[in-house]
Design a protein around this ligand. Structure first.
Ligand SMILES: Cc1ncc(COP(=O)(O)O)c(C=O)c1O
Length: 444
């Protein structure tokens, strides 16, 4: 088993560059692997020493259309010769409008919608909260334990994991509250999985009596499947219950579809599995095939609630990113990637379920569509998480054998799949075989 992040040979170009990374780059930046990459295509990447990997991380869910999709590359090349930047605030351009039109078309909700574009998921979440506060004229915001919405100060305050996201960075913005998300594999003591939805919704009603009155709550921000928290699929009826509570109390329902969106779960947006429409949907990552772009799309009256000039930024909806996003929308239509996610997800699920049945340290196999995960444990009975150091051994061994796969979870013990939805079957099976080999040689 690999015990270090080293994946390249001694004196290799990769090792030399990795040493430079350590010397030059802030150690605050996470390092899931020590691969130094040179090029990538679809679901494969090659490091600077020519080693090939299957990519199950997909740029942390940003590459549902695959690395360097030819249509994205062509759109970028064409756009680069025409217009790189003006700032949308200075002069409008058609690409921005086209992306907003597409977002309005695909986002859930049959009411009149508007959209706006930013650069990152965090930035879009921050602005969704600003829209909700401006519209409701209320301050409080509720998010959930285990959730992840980003690393800016408001987002890290929303995050449902203290260490390392929030620790040492306070004071944090006030009026952010955390409620319980239904985590079926780790329910509160004495609560059965089938009672979890009701339990969490009842807790929320109590929360409104104890922590904050619902008429003071501007927004509930929720991931329809928790991503960084460990690919936690909420128990049936939970999201619908939240929607009902929001309707009852005039709270803005903000769905964070940054990781779940763009086909990942087998629907364009994960909330579609529950047939609900959020008031505001936050998008980023796979919206743009590897370029930085994010957005908020939702009810026009909420999107128009902020003062003109209060929302935006220099680069939001940059022409290059818009060109790439428009290519992504085309690829989704042509390649039927939502259906592809169901196919990829079914293959992964079958193998993951067999890993759960065969290996004593695979406690849970779960997910939705191609957003699948294995929760690794030290003991199947107690469900004690496999220590983070042991999980790293598994991840590094995968990398050594040519598979890039990353972790998630509050205990850092969840192995997750975010491979491109365009992944050829042979690459998918190769990656799953590597995992199987690594598991077979792992000893508790
Ligand atoms: C659900 C979710 N929301 C927000 C973010 C933050 O996005 P970004 O890293 O682009 O700021 C992430 C990033 O992983 C995410 O998974």
């Amino acid at each position: 088993m690999a015990t270090k992040a080293k994946v390249t040979g001694k004196h290799s170009k990769g090792e030399a560059l990795w040493a430079e990374r350590e010397r030059l780059v802030s150690s605050g930046s996470a390092a899931y692997t020590s691969v130094v990459i040179e090029r990538a295509l679809n679901a494969k990447v090659w490091d600077v020493d020519g080693k090939e990997y299957v990519d199950f991380a997909g740029g942390i869910g940003a590459l549902n259309v695959g690395h360097c999709h030819p249509k994205v590359v062509a759109a970028l090349r064409e756009q680069a010769g025409k217009l790189l930047h003006t700032s949308f605030h200075v002069a409008a351009y058609e690409g921005y409008l086209d992306v907003c039109r597409e977002l309005i078309r695909v986002a859930p909700g049959s009411w009149t919608k508007k959209a706006i574009l930013f650069n990152s998921g965090s930035e879009a979440i921050e602005n969704a909260v600003k829209f909700a506060r401006a519209y409701t004229k209320r301050k409080a915001v509720i998010s959930f334990d285990n959730c992840f919405h980003g690393r800016t100060l408001l987002c890290l305050t929303l995050d449902g994991k203290y260490k390392p996201l929030r620790q040492g960075f306070g004071p944090c913005p006030p009026e952010i509250y955390h409620a319980r998300y239904p985590y079926a594999y780790r329910p509160p003591r004495g609560v059965k999985a089938e009672e979890l939805t009701e339990h969490c919704l009842e807790e929320l009603e109590k929360f409104f009596l104890v922590e904050v009155a619902p008429e003071d709550v501007a927004a509930i921000v929720v991931e329809p499947v928790q991503g960084e928290g460990g690919f936690i699929v909420p128990t049936p009826g939970f999201l619908k219950g939240l929607r009902r509570l929001c309707d009852k109390h005039g709270i803005v329902f903000i769905a964070d579809e940054v990781q779940t969106g763009f086909g990942r779960t087998g629907e364009m947006f994960a909330v579609e599995h529950d047939a609900i429409a959020p008031d505001l949907t936050v998008v980023a990552k796979s919206l743009c095939g590897g370029m930085p772009l994010s957005g908020v799309v939702g009810r026009a009256e909420i999107m128009d609630a902020a003062a003109t000039g209060a929302i935006g930024g220099t680069y939001g909806g940059n022409p290059m990113s818009c060109a790439a996003a428009l290519a992504v929308f085309e690829i989704f239509k042509e390649a039927k990637l939502v259906e592809a996610a169901r196919r990829v997800g079914a293959t992964v699920q079958k193998r993951f379920d067999s890993f759960r049945d065969r290996y004593p340290f695979v406690g849970d196999s779960r997910g939705l569509g191609a957003m699948r995960a294995l929760e690794l444990v030290a003991d199947k009975k107690t469900r004690a998480p496999l220590p983070a150091g042991r999980v790293k051994e598994i991840l590094y061994s995968c990398v050594e054998r040519g598979l890039i796969v990353i972790k998630a979870g509050v205990h850092d013990n969840v192995l997750r799949t975010l491979m491109p939805l365009t992944i050829p079957e042979a690459d998918l099976n190769r990656g799953l075989d590597v995992l199987d080999e690594v598991f077979a040689s792992f000893r508790l």
